[in-house]
Write a protein that binds this ligand. Structure first.
Ligand code: CS2
Length: 492
C-alpha cells in the first residue's frame, strides 16, 4: 500500500513527475470555482497552476461542489493536491497540480461558500456547472423562472442551492458593503457562455430586487470562453496506474488527452492570472471559436455517443474503430457542418478537423459513450440543431446531422438495439419517457418528441424538411439498428 499524496509526501514523488514549482503556503485565494469536477481540474486549474508557477501568487483556487462531497472527501486529505495523467497512444506524462486549495461542499454549509464569495480578494468566480446548471431554457437561452432551484433560491436568498442563487446573494452582499463585484467566468459548453450567463444572472437578480438587477447588469463582467479538453471519468484502473506511476496513492487522479485549448474574451473587471503564459489565448471575440468547437467537436461527440451506445460500443474510440463511424463523422464535418462554422482568418480548419478525428480515436482514453450521452436535452440545441437551422436556410442537405438527432430520440426511448434498458440521465428524462412510451413508429415518435419546446424551439417542428429528414433517419435506426445504419450511410 502506498502512502497518500499530500504536502508532506510531495518530495517523495519520482523526479519525472512535474509538481508545483512555487510555495503553496504563500498562495492567496483569488478565484472561487463553482463545480469542481474532473474537467476543471484538467483544464483551468492546470493553466492556473502554471500562472502561479510564473510568480503571481494572488490566484489560488477555492473549489466548491454544489451537490456531493466526493471531491472534497478525496482532495482534503491530500491538501488539494491531485495528479493529472496525460495520455495518448504514444505514452503518458504525469503532473501533480497544486492550484486548488480548499474545497467546500455547498449544501453542507451554504454560508461558508457565501463568505468565500464575498471576500474582497475573490476577484474571479468561475463555473463548470454543466449546461443544466444554468437553470435556463436551452432553446431560447433565457432563465427558466419555473425551475425548482430558481424558485427555491428566490424564496431563500441566504440559503441558495444553485450557482445563480449563490452568485446573486454574494453580489448583493458586496453591493451593500460598497465593494466591487467579481468577474464571472463561465467555462461551460454553452454558446456565448459569458453573454448567456450575464443575461441569466441579471434576470435572476432583478427578480430578487430591481437595484440588484441594475447593479449586476451595469457592473458585472462576464467574459465568454471556449474551453476544450477531453476528460473521461476516472476509473479504478486509472487510480491503480497513477499510484504505480507516482509511487503514492491519489484518491482522485484525472486522466486526459495532450490537447488543451482555452480561448477567452479579455474582459476581466478585476484582474486575472497570466493564463496566456500557460497557453490560453485572449481575444476580443470568442464567438467564432465557440461555434467551431461546439458544432464540430461537441456535435460529432454527441452523434458518436448515441450511435455508438445504441450499437453496444462502450467508448468513443471503440465506436470510431467500428465500420462506417469515422467516415460518417468526417463527412458530417466536411459536408454538413463546415458551411455553418464562421471563417477564422488564418485558421487551418482542415487540420482542426483531422485533429478531432485523431482525438476521438485516442486509444489511451476510455471515454464512455454513456457519459457523453447524458443531458442530451441540454446539449442538442447548440451542438446539432443550430447547425441544422443553418442548413435549412441554405436549402442544403443535413442527413447525417439528422441521424445524430434521430439517434438521441432513439436513445431516450430507454432501450438499446439489443433490447437492453438504457439508464437515461437527463433533466427531462421523465418527460421524454412519457412522450415515447409504447411508441414504435418513427413518425409518431418524431411528432411527439419535437414538441419539446425547450429543445426544438417553436420553429423546427414547423419545418417539414426537418421532420421528414429526422423521421427517415429514425425509421432506419428502428428497422436496422445503429451499426447497420452507420455502415449504410458510409457507403452512400
Ligand atoms: C463531451 C464534452 O461529455 C460531453 O458532452 O462532448 O465534455 C467534451 O469532451 C468536451 O467539451 C471537450 O472539450
Amino acid at each position: 500500500m502506498h502512502a497518500r499524496l499530500s504536502t508532506e509526501t510531495l518530495p517523495d514523488l519520482p523526479p519525472s513527475v512535474v509538481r508545483p514549482s512555487y510555495d503553496r503556503a504563500a498562495v492567496k485565494t483569488g478565484i472561487v470555482h463553482l463545480g469542481i469536477g474532473a474537467f476543471h481540474r484538467a483544464h483551468q486549474a492546470v493553466y492556473t497552476d502554471a500562472a502561479l508557477g510564473a510568480g503571481d501568487t494572488r490566484w489560488g483556487i477555492l473549489g466548491a461542489s454544489l451537490r456531493s462531497s466526493d471531491t472534497r472527501d478525496a482532495l482534503s486529505p491530500q491538501d488539494g493536491l491531485y495528479t493529472v495523467s496525460v495520455r495518448d497512444g504514444a505514452g503518458e506524462r504525469v503532473q501533480v497540480v497544486g492550484s486548488v486549495g480548499k474545497v467546500l461542499v455547498a449544501p453542507e454549509d451554504p454560508e461558508a461558500l457565501l463568505q468565500a464569495l464575498v471576500r474582497p480578494e475573490t476577484h474571479i468566480v468561475s463555473l463548470t456547472v454543466t449546461e443544466k446548471g444554468y437553470c435556463h431554457d436551452p432553446a431560447s437561452g433565457e432563465l427558466d423562472e419555473s425551475h425548482p432551484d430558481v424558485r427555491h433560491d428566490l424564496a431563500h436568498p441566504d440559503k441558495p442551492r444553485s450557482a445563480l442563487g449563490f452568485i446573486a446573494e454574494a453580489l448583493n452582499r458586496r453591493r451593500l458593503a460598497g465593494a466591487t463585484p467579481f468577474t464571472l467566468l463561465s467555462c461551460d459548453n454553452l454558446p456565448a457562455n459569458g453573454a448567456t450567463l450575464h443575461r441569466i444572472i441579471t434576470r435572476f437578480a432583478s427578480r430578487r430586487d430591481v437595484d440588484l438587477g441594475r447593479f449586476v447588469a451595469d457592473t458585472v463582467h462576464c467574459p465568454s470562453s471556449m474551453v476544450d479538453r477531453i476528460v473521461p471519468a476516472t476509473t479504478e484502473a486509472d487510480r491503480a496506474s497513477v499510484a504505480a506511476a507516482i509511487g503514492l496513492q491519489d484518491s482522485w487522479p484525472i486522466v486526459t488527452e495532450p490537447f488543451s485549448q482555452w480561448v477567452v474574451e479579455d474582459d476581466f473587471g478585476a484582474g486575472r492570472p497570466a493564463w496566456d503564459e500557460a497557453g490560453a489565448t485572449f481575444v476580443r471575440d470568442v464567438a467564432p471559436f465557440e461555434l467551431m468547437k461546439l458544432r464540430l467537436l461537441n456535435g460529432s461527440h454527441s452523434t458518436l455517443a448515441y450511435l455508438g451506445y445504441l450499437a453496444g460500443h462502450e467508448t468513443v474510440a471503440e465506436a470510431m474503430a467500428a465500420p462506417g463511424y469515422t467516415s460518417l463523422i468526417r463527412r458530417m464535418m466536411d459536408e454538413e457542418i463546415t458551411t455553418e462554422v464562421p471563417p477564422l482568418a488564418g485558421f487551418d480548419l482542415d487540420g482542426y478537423k483531422a485533429s478531432l478525428i485523431a482525438r476521438f480515436q485516442n486509444p489511451a482514453l476510455r471515454h464512455r459513450t454513456w457519459q457523453i450521452a447524458m443531458d442530451g436535452s441540454q446539449k442538442l440545441p447548440q451542438r446539432l440543431l443550430g447547425t441544422i437551422r443553418g442548413r435549412i436556410v441554405r436549402g442544403a442537405p443535413f442527413e447525417r446531422l439528422a441521424l445524430g438527432v434521430a439517434a438521441w430520440l432513439r436513445y431516450v426511448t430507454g432501450v438499446d438495439d439489443k433490447g437492453a434498458p438504457i439508464d437515461v440521465r437527463d433533466p427531462l428524462a421523465a418527460d421524454l419517457k412519457r412522450r415515447t412510451a409504447g411508441m414504435i413508429e418513427a413518425g409518431a415518435l418524431v411528432e411527439s418528441v419535437i414538441g419539446v419546446e425547450s429543445v426544438f424551439g417553436r420553429d423546427l417542428p414547423r419545418e417539414p424538411i426537418f421532420r421528414s429528414t429526422v423521421e427517415r433517419a429514425l425509421s432506419l435506426l428502428l428497422a436496422e439498428g445503429a451499426a447497420a445504419t452507420v455502415a449504410r450511410l458510409a457507403r452512400q
